[in-house]
Design a protein around this ligand. Structure first.
Ligand code: ADP
Ligand code: ZN
Length: 738
């Protein structure tokens, strides 16, 4: 009697054995959803494997199968198992990640409505003039003959197609009515104009050739990854579109991953415009019903192209010919809960498992991908110019140490930036001002004793928000009224220091009273108007100066923006994370890419207190290769990725003493198990030592092999008992060491 391993929907990370009763033999398959007895109840579960015999004496039978077709196929199950292994996570969490919740859960179902169609008798009656029909009945029958099954509600909305006419035809047996699945379309009501492939520029054609070669390679069992390094505006998206054409021509489908933040209507329209109904969307802003339906359209092969954010890497596209990861360097591809997977790396793995090509696109590739390309593991294609031969913007660095206002204090805008803004406003061109911190002032500082207002629950300074007159913590969201005097020394001259987007907005308005100034950050998007409204207004020219955080840095295309100001480049540079330079460079290059996307030449002004920083200097020349060269040398020297891998083991809990103890004893148990050549940090508090009252400690491991390290960590987890109140998390290929 065959036995199925069933992952039951309960909070235990293990599989249970169930017998397959004779009447279900042959129909229970890998990925089938089944009902099983569990304790006194019935539960839902997935079949994740089969065995010949069970080590348990008493096993029960599977009660029934819940879907006619397995909802998870063996390819996605294999991917989930790999993910659980590699990222040191539970298989159930991995399987839950692979399957979106609206599909997994019982509650969400296909929406059903009545479909009407001609019966066989109706078909012959329509052709037979001997059968009597009123003109209205004839019109309805002709409509149904032409268009096949139509939803009753849609039909009755048309003129002349009244429910009474329909009722009459049903009574005569000429028309039938049945329940049919209706689709909840996330794009319904949006008119999207179809587009045709553009004539590619020579570099684009070359890149497309590389991708097609990678597809051939992947089909014959070789690794088929292409790193597409193209400056902003170089036409990467057009290359993706034509690569997808090539995939469809081979009878296969494609997945396109885009960071959530750049999954704008503009991006979606480019894919919908080229591939229409073949495109399915998967992202978090869809309703549950829409996500359910889009997923099933892919699974049933009605749509062959999935466009979405991180989790779309698990889209049920079969057979799969291509995965595109746009902006592959984006940290948002990493999930920050278990399994802590990076969708880019999962894409490469899925590509290898399903013999499909993978394209990693970016203007500023991650050093990991660059390193892989240089070692010959990935193919590489370059798009060094903007499409249409538009020029890259000119970039200027302003040294804020010598830019002082009339009172000798540092100012928000330097003279060169003010002059450039004035010029743009005169010519009715648009300006974007970028600052990576929302709020008004970054902190309240006491000039007498140096006391800074710090969140009592987290170890960061609070940010002053002027519109609400509150100090807010950006980590926990907590808010407090600003104190009237310094809580430490009672000096009343508590002063605001540092700047946020609100302050930049206010100062810009003061400097240019006639300009229309807008702001886009999470605060603005949440309260006043939606993010899309603000962007629409900017596009329509109703805003002259747009101030924003990284929300304005990516993927947006505004031809009339000719000046981009980076108000303070230093903000990200000095974080205690070895990737701070890389992140800052990427961000500056992305923001700079917003300038000069139309006819006029763009200009970028970077204000900084550290003008000679490698990242700033490389951004000035928009020189990715130069930056990568220096940064790689430093990484090699210090044994950081991409030369070593990083695994971070984190400990969280309320009591500092207990958390520190847990971290220490874990480290002692782990150290002797570590493979040779591994560097294990001393147990220490994380740079953000406290968030929401949780004390945070961590161990940073730099190793050559993730597999060996995770093996050692698993052994340690099994051997060491976590003290009560402490949770432990494992982050493989950690991107955030804060
Ligand atoms: P990227 O994705 O690299 O930032 P886009 O694909 O957005 O670049 O291209 C920038 C602009 O150039 C778009 O308006 C696009 O329509 C246009 N473009 C791309 N390829 C071509 C081409 N071969 N001929 C003409 N225009 C092109
Ligand atoms: Zn806080």
């Amino acid at each position: 009697m065959p036995i199925a391993k069933v992952r039951v929907d309960v909070a235990v990370d293990r599989e249970f054995d169930y017998r397959i009763p004779p009447e279900l033999e042959g129909s229970v398959r890998l990925g089938s959803r089944v009902a099983v007895p569990f304790g006194p109840n019935m539960r839902e579960g997935f079949v994740v494997g089969f065995v010949e015999s069970s080590s348990f004496a008493r096993i029960r039978d599977i009660a029934s199968i819940l879907d006619s077709k397995p909802i998870l196929d063996d390819r996605l199950i294999a991917l989930a198992k790999w993910m659980a292994d590699y990222y040191c996570a539970g298989t159930d969490k991995a399987i839950n990640t692979v399957l979106p919740s609206p599909v997994r859960r019982k509650g969400v179902k296909h929406k059903e409505r009545f479909l009407v169609s001609l019966t066989p008798a109706g078909v012959s009656a329509l052709a037979d003039d001997g059968v009597k029909k009123t003109p209205r009945q004839r019109a309805m029958m002709e409509r149904l003959a032409k268009d096949g099954p139509v939803f009753a509600a849609d039909l009755s909305a048309e003129s002349g197609m009244s429910p009474a006419v329909l009722g009459g035809l049903i009574k005569r047996g000429l028309v039938q009515r049945a329940l049919g699945a209706d689709r909840r379309d996330p794009q319904s009501g949006r008119k999207i104009l179809p587009t045709l492939p553009l004539q590619l520029m020579p570099e684009q054609a070359e890149a497309l050739k590389e991708i097609v070669a990678a597809m051939d390679g992947a089909e014959s069992g070789r690794r088929g990854v292409v790193l597409l390094q193209g400056v902003t505006g170089s036409g990467k998206t057009e290359v993706y579109l034509q690569a997808i054409d090539a995939v469809l021509a081979r009878g296969k489908g494609a997945i396109v991953l885009v960071p959530e933040i750049s999954l704008t209507p503009q991006t979606i329209e480019r894919f919908r415009g080229r591939f229409g109904e073949q495109t399915a969307l998967l992202h978090s802003r869809l309703s549950e019903g829409e996500r359910h339906d889009e997923w099933h359209r892919l699974q049933e092969g009605k749509a062959r192209i999935a466009v979405g954010a991180r989790s779309a890497v698990f889209a049920p596209v079969h057979p799969l010919g291509l995965i595109v990861v746009d902006e592959e360097h984006e940290p948002s591809y990493k999930q920050d809960e278990s399994p802590r997977y990076n969708a880019r790396d999962v894409a490469v793995m899925r590509g290898a498992m399903e013999s499909c090509a993978v394209v990693l696109g970016s203007a500023t590739p991650s050093l990991e991908s660059l390193h892989n390309a240089r070692r010959g593991r990935y193919r590489i294609a370059h798009l060094p110019r903007r499409a249409d031969n538009r020029k890259m913007p000119s970039v200027r660095v302003v040294d804020m140490r010598i830019e002082k206002g009339p009172t000798g204090k540092t100012t928000v805008f330097s003279r060169p930036l003010l002059d450039a803004m004035a010029g743009r406003l005169e010519r009715a061109e648009q300006v974007m001002l970028f600052l990576n911190r929302r709020g008004y002032a970054t902190s309240l500082v006491c000039p007498a004793c140096g006391h800074v207002a710090v969140c009592p629950d987290c170890s960061v300074s609070m940010t002053y928000h002027r519109d609400e007159e509150l100090l807010r913590c950006h980590l926990c969201g907590g808010a407090h009224a600003p104190p009237r005097a310094c809580p430490a020394c009672s000096d009343p001259a508590f002063r605001m220091s540092g700047i946020g987007t609100q302050r930049v907005e206010a100062v810009a308005q003061k400097c240019f009273p006639h300009a229309r100034v807008g702001r886009l950050d999470t605060d603005a998007a949440r309260r006043k108007r939606s993010c899309e409204d603000i962007l629409d207004a900017f596009r329509a020219g109703e805003i002259d100066i747009l101030v924003g955080t990284q929300m304005i840095a990516k993927g947006l295309h505004f031809p009339r923006v000719t000046l981009v100001g980076i108000v303070c480049a230093d903000m990200g540079l000095h974080m205690p994370d070895f990737r701070a330079g890389e992140r800052s460079f990427q961000l500056m290059a992305q923001v700079a890419g917003r300038a000069g996307r139309g006819e006029a030449l763009g200009e970028v002004i970077i204000q900084t207190f550290t003008p000679f920083h490698v990242a700033v200097q490389a951004a000035r020349r928009l020189d990715f290769d130069g930056f990568a060269e220096q940064e790689l040398e430093f990484r090699k020297e210090l044994g950081y990725p991409p030369y070593r891998r990083i695994v971070c083991v984190g400990f969280r809990g309320v009591s500092e003493e207990v958390v520190s103890f847990a971290c220490g004893s874990f480290a002692r148990a782990l150290r002797p198990l570590m493979p040779e050549g591994t560097v294990l940090s001393d147990p220490c508090p994380a740079p953000l030592a406290k968030i929401k009252r949780q004390t945070r400690y961590q161990l940073i491991i730099r190793c050559r092999s993730v597999r060996d390290t995770v093996g050692a960590i698993r052994k340690t987890l099994a051997a060491v008992k976590m003290p009560k109140g402490v949770s432990c998390l494992v982050d493989v290929d950690a991107l955030n060491l804060m």
